[in-house]
Design a protein around this ligand. Structure first.
Ligand code: SF4
Ligand code: SF4
Length: 445
């Protein structure tokens, strides 16, 4: 266990990791996929195909010259049925490429050659690795969606000394990273070595919460004898997997408000991103599928390897259908995930989990007045005053929200989780951030 291992605040929600022992199964090939042209933080891609075009598996269907972006690839072979706005799990309408699947997949002829699974990262040029990572469309697959190649490209003078792989998976219900670390640990470790080579970092750490001892053991076995890589087991405490919490717990480096881990010499990537990077370099395959945990009110909860763009409707069908009436669908975890307005939204690069909730799962107790108990303050890992932020936002006092550092909030939901009055803290914080962003764009400060 890590010597440091603790961060301030945090909570202990019920883990509900009921799918942890469910081995990953391939999802039946969908008849149609919907590929949003923005599945990442940054600029949307421009379509590279039009209605009627035939596309092959792995062919780029969207890309852009914008510096912060990642290309999007066809996850099935087939015919482009439309390029049009579609609802994405982000809640936004995004331009998307819709592909009707052909009976069989044919790999795109333009895929780069794979280097084989015995490749040695130390023999590769760092720029070559970064280029392949970008070409493969890799983003932070833990939910953040930041383009991976951008994180691997530090400015001269700010080179990192450590790469941390985030295998904490601290959100309740999600087990997709756990299954990946158990089933494909070699890819995770190779991905870490590629990231270390790409950034020049001499140290690698894989951080895993203590509720995944089997995954920690597999990875520890693989890195035994390599003094540059350590597997650190962390206490189970939400939000242990938040970047700033990980950097603090593992290295005792505080990432200040407004800074990123790279400013402190650390690159943090998700374990799934690392495995996808290994696949991209070893096999030449871009990111066209991912593991998704399907849990909640379905007949057979479990983990599936899912072509990107597959509708949540197909996921529910593969999980045996619903066990009752559906009250809420969440993409991601119950703490930080996004409630969906529709079940017909596609799996994207950042969809690690889909949770189906029935009416019996929802607590609709109305919010009461703040009783000034201070629990939200104790729970906040960022040291903020959530009750004040909530009050400022509900009073439209945007200056006060700014004074209380609303932008430092990472929307982890710990404050809302512990609030006995069920105050809408995170929702109001999101509103304040949205309003401040809007005013900044309008030049109103
Ligand atoms: S104020 Fe933000 S960072 Fe603090 S507990 Fe609430 S959601 Fe998390
Ligand atoms: S936890 Fe809720 S009731 Fe307690 S101080 Fe915070 S907002 Fe008020």
């Amino acid at each position: 266990m890590s010597l440091w291992a603790r961060f301030r605040g945090g909570v202990h929600p019920d883990a509900h990791k009921t799918t942890a022992q469910c081995a990953t199964k391939p999802l039946p090939r969908p008849e149609r996929v919907v590929l949003p042209l923005r599945q990442h933080v940054g600029a949307p891609c421009q379509p590279l195909v039009k209605k009627g075009d035939e596309v092959a598996l792995g062919q780029p269907v969207g890309d852009t010259d914008a510096p912060v972006a990642a290309p999007v690839h066809a996850s099935v072979s087939g015919k482009v049925a439309a390029v049009e706005p579609r609802l994405s799990p982000s809640g936004r309408m995004e331009q998307a490429v819709v592909i009707e699947a052909a009976p069989e997949d044919t790999p795109w002829v333009g895929l780069p050659a794979g280097l084989g699974w015995d490749l040695d990262p130390e023999l590769l040029d760092p720029a070559f690795i970064r280029d392949r990572v970008r070409q493969a469309g890799l983003v932070g697959m833990g939910g953040a969606g930041f383009p991976a190649a951008v994180k691997l490209s530090p400015k001269p003078g700010s080179e990192p000394d450590v790469v941390i792989l985030n295998g904490a998976e601290c959100e309740p219900s999600i087990t997709s990273d756990h299954r990946l670390m158990l089933e494909q640990p070699e890819r995770v470790v190779l991905g870490l070595r590629l990231f270390m080579r790409a950034t020049g970092a001499r140290r690698g750490i894989i951080g895993i919460e203590a509720n995944k001892p089997d995954a920690a053991a597999r990875l520890s076995q693989l890195v035994a004898g390599d003094p540059s890589i350590a597997v650190e087991v962390l206490p189970v405490r939400y939000p242990q997997g938040a970047e700033k919490m990980l950097v603090w717990a593992l290295l005792r480096r505080a990432v200040p408000v407004g800074a990123i881990p790279l400013d402190m010499g650390v690159v943090v990537q998700n374990v799934a991103t690392a495995a996808a990077a290994a696949t991209a370099l070893a096999e030449g395959r871009p990111l066209t599928d991912r593991i998704v945990t399907v849990s909640g009110r379905v007949q057979s909860p479990g983990n599936w390897r899912v072509p990107l763009g597959t509708s949540f409707v197909d996921l529910v069908r593969s999980a045996g259908g619903l066990t009752g009436s559906l009250a809420r669908v969440i993409a991601g975890g119950p703490m930080m995930g996004m409630a969906q307005a529709d079940l017909d939204v596609p799996v994207t690069k950042t969809t690690g989990s889909v949770i189906l909730l029935g009416p019996e799962d929802l607590d609709e107790t109305p919010a009461g007045p703040c009783i000034r108990c201070g629990r939200c303050v104790s729970a906040c890992p960022m040291g903020l005053l959530p009750a004040q932020l909530c009050a400022a936002a509900l009073n439209s006092d945007w200056a006060a929200a700014e004074r209380f550092h609303v932008r430092a909030c990472m929307e982890c939901g710990s404050c809302s989780y512990v609030c006995p009055a069920r105050r809408p803290i995170v929702q109001s914080i999101r509103l304040a951030k949205f309003e401040l962003g809007r005013r900044a764009r309008q030049g109103r400060g």
